[in-house]
Design a binder for this molecule. Sequence first.
Ligand code: ANZ
Ligand code: ZN
Length: 802
Amino acid sequence: YERYDHTAVEKKWQNRWEQAGVFHAAQSMDKPKFYALIEFPYPSGQGLHVGHPRPYTALDIVARKRRLQGYNVLYPIGWDAFGLPTENYAIKNHIHPAIVTKKNVERFKQQIQSLGISFDWSREINTTDPAYYKWTQWIFLQLFKHGLAYKKEMSVNWCTSCKCVLANEEVVDGVCERCGSEVVHKVKSQWMLKITEYAQRLIDDLDLVDYPERVKAQQKNWIGRSTGAEVDFGTTVGDQLTVFTTRPDTLYGVTYMVMSPEHPLIEKWSGQIQNLDEVHAYQQEAAKKSEFERTELAKEKTGVRLKGVCAVNPVGGKEIPIFISDYVLVSYGTGAIMAVPGHDSRDWEFAKKFDLPIIEVVQGGNVEEQAFTDCATGTMVNSGILNGLSVEEAKVRIKEYMQEKGFGREKVNYKLRDWVFSRQRYWGEPIPIVQCEKCGYVALPESELPLRLPEVESYEPTDNGESPLAHMTEWVNTACPCCGGPAKRETDTMPQWAGSSWYFLRYIDPHNTEALADRGAMDYWLPVDWYNGGMEHTTLHLLYSRFWHKFLYDIGVVPTAEPYAKRTSHGMILGENGEKMSKSRGNVVNPDDVVREFGADTLRLYEMFIGDFEKAAPWSTTSVKGCRRFVERYWNLQNLLIDGAGIRPEMESVFHKTIKKVGEDVENLKFNTAIAALMALMNEISGNGSITRDELKVFTLLLNPFAPHVTEEVWAEQDFEGMVCQQAWPVYDEAKCVDALVEVVVQVNGKVRARVSVPADTSKEGLLELAKDQEKIQAEISGKTIVKEISVPGKLVNIVVR
Ligand code: ANZ
Ligand code: ZN
């Protein structure tokens, strides 16, 4: 066989597959189904990156194998195309973001198609398509109607450069995740989604799904469930000051209180506070800081005492000072704390700085030196009714007591906040709400969906932080759907996370005009059987989409409580130097170049062979060439063909073992060892110098999910029937998977004392262990000192004793 021409072969098979529609999921629902999902790409201007094909290829291998095993497979793709990078590019170059998106999608599509991924292109979706976002808007309206979407004046993260509100998740280390600019706080009226209402179920239902433990742990952490109590402190001005604490057992150790600078009671007490100027100045300083800066542990504590107002401890009745300090956040718990400097580090630092008393209430540390926080096993002291109890007992006792006296109650809190769902930008889904002077916020009738994005002159956000849509007066001014009176459309758009929160539902029935998807089809296809995506999406997209899905489940739209039965995560592909690939580092590998030079099959094999799928791995051009040689060796197997059918007896064991291993490895994300097994089989065949047609068929079927083009070509060259992708996955016989046995002699001091039959691939250590287990050998060596052990797999063991 002549040189393998990957360019012609790959193009040819990609066209044939598409013409034959072999990767279209079947409409009929009689076969078992397999729904494989990858995170759909954001079609950026940079085009495909070599990181993209890693998850696509991995699930493609699973999908292709499952098709061969008789499953009806749904493996779809689409475009998550709303969002800032496109909008920013559009602003800079004065091109409509829709045009930019179209161009980027075309490029991405052509690149992905060159990889031979078995996506069902007939179900391609695009979040910016009005026929798609009609249903994104529809879901928003359902949330609104169920009281889960609401508008709220709130302090939001404001990126000074993007001129845009950011969700907490989009602020990383105090700067904008996208542009790296400073993030400040600004009060704005925002659309919010009540994800907090689902906090407990989002934790509980992790028990129903097969996610990696690290993913479950990150989600739980993010939701941040905390159990404790709310305690009402009296004040000298009449109002109650309520705090949330996880340590109600330390109530007798409270020596002062701290309120967040934004706490509403401060305004209320302005008549009584004697140092109001100082308080206002502090509030202004705090507003400038990000939440990250405020809660940084290492930061020097600051604060101002509220002169003229004191709190009263509900146990003991002692008056204690109240401070405001930025280490207490307005948005968590009640926005105020009881300070226990003896047992909380932040309180301890604050107390030292402001010279406040420190009381030890759990014995075992030295609270003058540092806060004794790790005190779960200590005994209560200086604590009235709690004295002598353990911390655990004290928690129970004080909760009973406060319930009895009516100054407190048990309380569970979550770190999770409601989802800020407004963006003051153009390139997003319009929020289908109008504001009427008489009726307030009114939902658009569903018959008016989709509410299309109007054409605007300029996509720049305005300096006062309004969306560019706010300039479109004829669009903004409308009639109230409720009373017909004058009303204004909402000009904020949805955040980028909206479209991706339900896209896996649309793939099931992408052209439906009556519903987001047909219920019968959802009953069949849901849940997604296997969803692979990046670890960076664990707390955002994965949580958001679980929330939307649960809501849709509650209102009877979808049949399952969870969207994804199984989740896996791939590692990143790094540059040849082991650093993250980036233009500035000059280490970017373009997948197009690899496909052109070596072929898509080689790129696919390489990306799977590069290392443990779940770990990051550096690129290596040498190894790419190794994979190309493997493809050529496979192609050249055709030179070794001999007459005769079936798998020859001497090849039986290795073939059956390989069928078993490749199948199991693919299901366990061990693509690299599956390929290694195929390489080993190849060596075995080469060593043999010949291959039967049936052996070639089995090898081809096993290799097909990894290298789909060259395998189709060999199949066709050999006039085998049909296409490989329409055959059946080979089955192995467990009985034939056992290794051939070999006889090994066991010597003691050079004399043969036993012979044992062991599997041919028994390791050095395994062999030695087996040898020592022999009765005859035990008799020879017991009571003696072993001075040397020699073990030669497949041959002999020699134990030297004295
Ligand atoms: C008294 C106390 C004593 C506390 C002690 C801790 C240790 P998590 O686990 O994060 O829920 N806290 C409550 N609300 C706060 C707010 N808005 N900003 C900053 N801190 C706040 O922690 C709850 C604990 O964090 C609460 O329990 C409270 O301090 C503080 F030995 O109350 B603790
Ligand atoms: Zn009205």
